[in-house]
Design a protein around this ligand. Structure first.
Ligand code: ADP
Ligand code: TRP
Length: 330
């Protein structure tokens, strides 16, 4: 096992889709096989958007159950709920005092909210609460509390991780070498997963295939993938086909080569191609869905895993926080 400490947080704000699964969740599970990994459900970060406790709790269970059902290695990975570690809120308060306000003004999350307001002709800060404005400070606390080396993330989170590194630098400059400097690692190996309309699969485009949809709904969605108007007798181009692109993320190399050949040979229509895709995705996801549903029906099992994770995370967090407290307040 490598000595590097990997950390990532997942916000409990929505239902995961196949793009999230292939682009983010699967690589994380893979990474956790060979690295000491802290993986938490960022319920405190969800608070600036969702003000309904039951909804946050429900999404938290869903993400935890999904990660466990996907086979997260719970020996290497410490899976916990962000809010179970009180030290993260304490550290966030401390870091506020070395974080320049100007840094927060530049944060993408805040700028995106301002841009949206301006486009709608509203006051630039309309609906912006301090949770959103100081989002990167809490995220820095998450990262620095566990001695993180690497933060695997999407491109949208890179700036936040760089801020955590900056904030650690400001702190260390004043108080000595307390924090390790983390690095963002942007996963690029999988590329962009297309959605039903061929654009990037994203909840913002309403073109997603939900990861844990029941079988009949999964089939309906796949049958709705937009194709060109080629008939069964036409030769099709796998490299521009959404059906084929999605297939490559679920099938073996031999199966992929075989499917490519079938598309490039007259005889197979898109309807058949979609059925082949559905059968493949469904075969891969059925065991995950079954285990997910079993766990969701037994929340005490999820609670026990999260409690164990919290105890392991707290042991590290308490040590780091003590050093910070000592450095700042004696
Ligand atoms: P959405 O675009 O649906 O809002 P998020 O921004 O919540 O998705 O995505 C969470 C993570 O899932 C991102 O960090 C990204 O790496 C991954 N992801 C989302 N959509 C895709 C996609 N279409 N292809 C590859 N990865 C994706
Ligand atoms: N901000 C991340 C997101 O929106 C979630 C998150 C919270 C996170 N804390 C983190 C990610 C620490 C990586 C490291 O998806």
């Amino acid at each position: 096992m490598s000595e590097k400490i990997v950390l990532t947080g997942i916000k409990p704000t929505g239902t995961p889709h196949i793009g999230n699964y292939v682009g983010a969740l699967k690589p994380l599970i893979e990474m956790a096989r060979s690295n000491r990994t802290f993986m938490f459900i960022a319920d405190l970060h969800a608070l600036n958007i969702i003000h309904d406790a039951a909804q946050i709790r429900q999404h938290t269970y869903e993400i935890a159950a999904l990660l466990i059902a996907m086979g997260l290695d719970l020996n290497n990975a410490v899976l916990f709920r962000q809010s179970d570690i009180v030290q993260v809120s304490q550290l966030s308060t401390m870091l506020m005092n070395v974080t320049p306000k100007g840094l927060m003004n530049r944060a993408h999350s805040y700028k995106a909210a301002m841009d949206k307001n301006m486009a709608a002709g509203l006051d630039t800060d309309a609906g912006v609460n301090m949770g959103l404005y100081t989002y990167p400070v809490l995220m820095a606390a998450d990262i620095l509390l566990y001695g993180t080396d690497i933060v695997p993330c999407g491109a949208d989170q890179k700036q936040h991780v760089e801020f955590a590194r900056d904030i650690a630098g400001y702190f260390n400059h004043i108080y000595g070498n307390v924090f390790k400097l983390p690095e963002p690692v942007i996963g690029q190996s999988t590329g962009i997963i297309p959605g039903l309309d061929g654009r990037k699969m994203s909840k913002s485009y309403d073109n997603t295939i939900p990861l844990l949809a029941p079988e009949n709904e999964l089939k309906k969605k796949i049958m709705r993938i937009i194709t060109d108007s080629k008939t069964p007798d036409d030769v099709k181009d796998p490299d521009t086909s959404t059906i084929f692109q999605l297939y490559t993320h679920f099938a073996t190399d031999d199966e992929i080569a075989d499917f490519r050949q079938k598309l490039m040979t007259p005889g197979m229509g898109y309807g058949t191609a979609k059925t082949i895709l559905f059968d493949k995705i469904n075969a891969v996801l059925t065991p995950v869905r079954n285990e997910y549903e079993r766990l969701m029906a037994n929340p005490s099992e999820i609670d026990a895993i999260l409690a164990d994770g919290a105890a392991r995370a707290r042991a590290v967090a308490a040590q780091t926080y003590d050093r910070v407290h000592h450095a700042m307040l004696g």
